[in-house]
Design a protein around this ligand. Sequence first.
Ligand code: PGA
Length: 253
Amino acid sequence: MSKKLVIGNWKMNPESFAVAKAIAQKTREISMKLKNTEVVVCPPFSFIPACVSRNQPAAFHLGAQSVSFEESGPHTGEVGIKMLANLGVEYIITGHSEERAAGDTDEMVSKRIFRIVEGGLTAVVCVGEKNRDDDGVHLEFLRKQIKGTFANIPEDKAKRIILAYEPIWAIGAKEAMLPEQVYEMSLFVKKIFADVFGHEAGHKVRVLYGGSVNFRNAGDIIKVGKVDGLLVGRESVNMPGFKELLKAVDAIE
Ligand code: PGA
Protein backbone atom coordinates (compact mmCIF):
# COMPACT_ATOMS: atom_id res chain seq x y z
CA MET A 1 0.00 0.00 0.00
CA SER A 2 1.36 3.42 -0.86
CA LYS A 3 1.89 5.97 1.86
CA LYS A 4 -0.61 8.73 2.59
CA LEU A 5 0.45 12.22 1.62
CA VAL A 6 -0.29 15.19 3.86
CA ILE A 7 0.54 18.58 2.35
CA GLY A 8 0.59 21.65 4.57
CA ASN A 9 -0.29 24.86 2.75
CA TRP A 10 0.96 27.58 5.09
CA LYS A 11 -0.53 30.32 2.88
CA MET A 12 0.71 33.76 4.01
CA ASN A 13 1.89 32.48 7.42
CA PRO A 14 3.75 32.90 9.74
CA GLU A 15 5.02 36.46 10.11
CA SER A 16 8.67 35.76 10.84
CA PHE A 17 11.52 33.59 9.66
CA ALA A 18 12.16 32.40 13.21
CA VAL A 19 8.62 31.14 13.67
CA ALA A 20 8.72 29.46 10.24
CA LYS A 21 11.90 27.70 11.30
CA ALA A 22 10.30 26.50 14.52
CA ILE A 23 7.19 25.15 12.77
CA ALA A 24 9.35 23.32 10.21
CA GLN A 25 11.54 21.87 12.96
CA LYS A 26 8.52 20.57 14.85
CA THR A 27 7.02 19.10 11.68
CA ARG A 28 10.34 17.43 10.93
CA GLU A 29 10.44 15.87 14.40
CA ILE A 30 6.91 14.51 14.03
CA SER A 31 7.63 13.16 10.57
CA MET A 32 10.55 11.10 11.90
CA LYS A 33 8.05 8.88 13.70
CA LEU A 34 5.66 8.38 10.79
CA LYS A 35 5.41 4.95 9.22
CA ASN A 36 2.59 5.23 6.69
CA THR A 37 2.62 8.94 5.88
CA GLU A 38 4.70 11.47 3.96
CA VAL A 39 4.56 15.17 4.83
CA VAL A 40 5.13 18.16 2.56
CA VAL A 41 5.40 21.68 3.95
CA CYS A 42 4.61 24.55 1.59
CA PRO A 43 5.77 27.81 3.18
CA PRO A 44 5.71 31.20 1.48
CA PHE A 45 8.72 31.60 -0.88
CA SER A 46 10.67 33.75 1.56
CA PHE A 47 10.53 31.08 4.27
CA ILE A 48 11.52 28.05 2.20
CA PRO A 49 15.17 28.36 3.34
CA ALA A 50 13.90 28.33 6.94
CA CYS A 51 12.53 24.84 6.30
CA VAL A 52 15.74 23.35 4.92
CA SER A 53 17.85 21.24 7.21
CA ARG A 54 20.86 19.01 6.77
CA ASN A 55 18.97 16.18 8.46
CA GLN A 56 15.82 16.09 6.43
CA PRO A 57 13.90 12.92 7.46
CA ALA A 58 12.82 10.71 4.56
CA ALA A 59 9.13 11.43 5.23
CA PHE A 60 9.59 15.23 5.19
CA HIS A 61 9.47 17.11 1.90
CA LEU A 62 9.55 20.70 0.73
CA GLY A 63 6.89 22.32 -1.37
CA ALA A 64 5.99 25.78 -2.68
CA GLN A 65 2.66 27.53 -3.13
CA SER A 66 3.14 28.66 -6.73
CA VAL A 67 5.73 29.25 -9.44
CA SER A 68 6.14 31.49 -12.46
CA PHE A 69 5.11 29.97 -15.75
CA GLU A 70 8.07 31.70 -17.34
CA GLU A 71 11.22 29.63 -17.35
CA SER A 72 13.62 32.55 -16.89
CA GLY A 73 14.16 36.13 -17.98
CA PRO A 74 13.13 39.66 -16.98
CA HIS A 75 9.99 39.01 -14.92
CA THR A 76 9.87 41.33 -11.94
CA GLY A 77 8.33 39.78 -8.86
CA GLU A 78 8.34 36.23 -10.20
CA VAL A 79 9.94 33.12 -8.74
CA GLY A 80 11.23 30.54 -11.21
CA ILE A 81 11.14 26.76 -11.20
CA LYS A 82 14.92 26.34 -11.09
CA MET A 83 15.23 28.57 -8.03
CA LEU A 84 12.75 26.36 -6.22
CA ALA A 85 14.29 23.10 -7.42
CA ASN A 86 17.72 24.32 -6.29
CA LEU A 87 16.35 24.93 -2.80
CA GLY A 88 15.16 21.33 -2.61
CA VAL A 89 11.50 21.92 -3.43
CA GLU A 90 9.84 18.78 -4.84
CA TYR A 91 6.13 19.71 -4.92
CA ILE A 92 4.37 22.87 -6.10
CA ILE A 93 0.76 23.75 -5.45
CA THR A 94 -0.99 25.37 -8.36
CA GLY A 95 -4.55 26.22 -9.32
CA HIS A 96 -5.44 27.00 -5.72
CA SER A 97 -8.80 28.77 -5.56
CA GLU A 98 -7.15 31.75 -3.85
CA GLU A 99 -4.70 32.07 -6.77
CA ARG A 100 -7.55 31.59 -9.24
CA ALA A 101 -9.55 34.29 -7.41
CA ALA A 102 -6.54 36.61 -7.77
CA GLY A 103 -6.69 36.21 -11.54
CA ASP A 104 -5.34 32.83 -12.62
CA THR A 105 -7.38 31.33 -15.46
CA ASP A 106 -7.41 27.63 -16.40
CA GLU A 107 -4.98 28.54 -19.16
CA MET A 108 -2.53 30.17 -16.73
CA VAL A 109 -2.77 27.23 -14.35
CA SER A 110 -2.07 24.95 -17.28
CA LYS A 111 1.07 26.96 -18.10
CA ARG A 112 2.28 26.69 -14.50
CA ILE A 113 1.66 22.93 -14.49
CA PHE A 114 3.64 22.65 -17.70
CA ARG A 115 6.56 24.51 -16.13
CA ILE A 116 6.46 22.31 -13.00
CA VAL A 117 6.31 18.94 -14.75
CA GLU A 118 8.85 19.93 -17.42
CA GLY A 119 11.12 20.98 -14.56
CA GLY A 120 10.90 17.48 -13.12
CA LEU A 121 8.87 18.48 -10.04
CA THR A 122 5.42 17.32 -8.94
CA ALA A 123 2.41 19.57 -9.49
CA VAL A 124 -0.28 19.53 -6.80
CA VAL A 125 -3.16 20.80 -8.86
CA CYS A 126 -6.19 22.18 -7.02
CA VAL A 127 -9.64 21.92 -8.51
CA GLY A 128 -13.02 22.50 -6.94
CA GLU A 129 -16.45 23.99 -7.32
CA LYS A 130 -17.76 27.16 -5.67
CA ASN A 131 -21.13 25.69 -4.73
CA ARG A 132 -22.89 22.37 -4.77
CA ASP A 133 -26.36 22.08 -6.19
CA ASP A 134 -28.95 19.38 -6.74
CA ASP A 135 -28.94 19.73 -10.52
CA GLY A 136 -25.30 18.70 -10.88
CA VAL A 137 -24.19 22.07 -12.30
CA HIS A 138 -21.12 21.78 -10.07
CA LEU A 139 -20.17 18.54 -11.81
CA GLU A 140 -20.28 20.23 -15.19
CA PHE A 141 -18.22 23.11 -13.78
CA LEU A 142 -15.59 20.67 -12.48
CA ARG A 143 -15.46 18.77 -15.74
CA LYS A 144 -14.76 22.00 -17.64
CA GLN A 145 -12.27 23.22 -15.07
CA ILE A 146 -10.28 19.97 -15.10
CA LYS A 147 -10.24 19.76 -18.89
CA GLY A 148 -9.16 23.40 -19.21
CA THR A 149 -6.58 23.11 -16.48
CA PHE A 150 -4.86 20.12 -18.09
CA ALA A 151 -5.05 21.32 -21.66
CA ASN A 152 -1.59 21.24 -23.24
CA ILE A 153 0.01 18.96 -20.66
CA PRO A 154 1.82 16.08 -22.38
CA GLU A 155 0.27 12.69 -21.55
CA ASP A 156 3.53 11.23 -20.34
CA LYS A 157 3.67 13.87 -17.59
CA ALA A 158 0.51 12.63 -15.84
CA LYS A 159 2.66 10.79 -13.33
CA ARG A 160 4.00 14.13 -12.10
CA ILE A 161 0.52 15.35 -11.20
CA ILE A 162 -1.41 15.03 -7.95
CA LEU A 163 -5.04 16.14 -7.92
CA ALA A 164 -6.17 18.13 -4.90
CA TYR A 165 -9.94 18.26 -4.81
CA GLU A 166 -10.89 21.33 -2.76
CA PRO A 167 -14.52 22.45 -2.84
CA ILE A 168 -14.19 26.21 -2.42
CA TRP A 169 -17.12 26.40 -0.01
CA ALA A 170 -15.22 24.13 2.39
CA ILE A 171 -11.96 26.13 2.37
CA GLY A 172 -11.41 28.26 5.47
CA ALA A 173 -14.83 27.13 6.65
CA LYS A 174 -16.11 25.59 9.87
CA GLU A 175 -16.81 22.14 8.48
CA ALA A 176 -15.16 19.97 5.88
CA MET A 177 -17.10 18.11 3.22
CA LEU A 178 -18.66 14.90 4.53
CA PRO A 179 -16.36 11.91 4.03
CA GLU A 180 -19.02 10.06 1.97
CA GLN A 181 -19.20 13.02 -0.40
CA VAL A 182 -15.42 13.18 -0.55
CA TYR A 183 -15.44 9.57 -1.76
CA GLU A 184 -18.00 10.31 -4.46
CA MET A 185 -16.19 13.43 -5.66
CA SER A 186 -12.75 11.84 -5.66
CA LEU A 187 -14.08 9.17 -8.02
CA PHE A 188 -15.59 11.85 -10.20
CA VAL A 189 -12.40 13.90 -10.53
CA LYS A 190 -10.39 10.72 -11.24
CA LYS A 191 -12.80 9.87 -14.01
CA ILE A 192 -12.36 13.28 -15.68
CA PHE A 193 -8.61 12.97 -15.26
CA ALA A 194 -8.84 9.61 -17.05
CA ASP A 195 -10.81 11.25 -19.86
CA VAL A 196 -7.89 13.63 -20.36
CA PHE A 197 -4.87 11.40 -19.74
CA GLY A 198 -6.18 7.89 -20.39
CA HIS A 199 -7.46 5.03 -18.31
CA GLU A 200 -4.20 3.97 -16.72
CA ALA A 201 -3.23 7.50 -15.66
CA GLY A 202 -6.70 7.97 -14.19
CA HIS A 203 -6.31 4.78 -12.21
CA LYS A 204 -2.91 5.78 -10.88
CA VAL A 205 -3.37 9.49 -10.10
CA ARG A 206 -3.32 10.34 -6.42
CA VAL A 207 -6.25 12.39 -5.18
CA LEU A 208 -6.08 14.54 -2.05
CA TYR A 209 -8.94 16.28 -0.29
CA GLY A 210 -8.60 19.82 1.05
CA GLY A 211 -10.91 22.22 2.88
CA SER A 212 -11.20 22.60 6.66
CA VAL A 213 -9.29 19.44 7.47
CA ASN A 214 -8.32 19.21 11.13
CA PHE A 215 -7.17 16.56 13.57
CA ARG A 216 -10.75 15.56 14.33
CA ASN A 217 -11.96 14.86 10.80
CA ALA A 218 -8.71 13.82 9.05
CA GLY A 219 -8.97 10.10 9.88
CA ASP A 220 -12.53 9.69 8.58
CA ILE A 221 -11.85 11.68 5.43
CA ILE A 222 -9.06 9.25 4.57
CA LYS A 223 -10.86 6.10 5.72
CA VAL A 224 -14.36 6.76 4.41
CA GLY A 225 -13.41 9.25 1.68
CA LYS A 226 -10.73 6.81 0.47
CA VAL A 227 -8.42 9.61 -0.68
CA ASP A 228 -4.65 9.30 -0.94
CA GLY A 229 -4.01 12.22 1.34
CA LEU A 230 -4.93 15.70 2.47
CA LEU A 231 -4.17 19.31 1.63
CA VAL A 232 -4.26 21.15 4.92
CA GLY A 233 -4.36 24.94 5.40
CA ARG A 234 -4.87 26.40 8.87
CA GLU A 235 -4.18 23.21 10.81
CA SER A 236 -0.73 22.84 9.20
CA VAL A 237 0.65 25.85 11.09
CA ASN A 238 -1.15 25.00 14.32
CA MET A 239 1.34 22.72 15.94
CA PRO A 240 -0.55 20.67 18.48
CA GLY A 241 -3.36 20.18 15.96
CA PHE A 242 -1.09 19.21 13.05
CA LYS A 243 0.73 16.69 15.23
CA GLU A 244 -2.56 15.02 16.17
CA LEU A 245 -3.69 15.11 12.55
CA LEU A 246 -0.54 13.35 11.37
CA LYS A 247 -0.86 10.76 14.13
CA ALA A 248 -4.47 10.07 13.14
CA VAL A 249 -3.57 9.66 9.46
CA ASP A 250 -0.55 7.50 10.25
CA ALA A 251 -2.65 5.17 12.41
CA ILE A 252 -4.70 4.16 9.36
CA GLU A 253 -3.44 0.89 7.95
P1 PGA B 1 -8.09 25.24 5.18
O1 PGA B 1 -7.38 25.56 3.78
O2 PGA B 1 -7.57 23.88 5.61
O3 PGA B 1 -7.65 26.32 6.09
O4 PGA B 1 -9.57 25.22 4.93
C1 PGA B 1 -7.20 24.56 2.82
C2 PGA B 1 -6.56 25.11 1.58
O5 PGA B 1 -6.86 26.24 1.19
O6 PGA B 1 -5.72 24.44 0.94
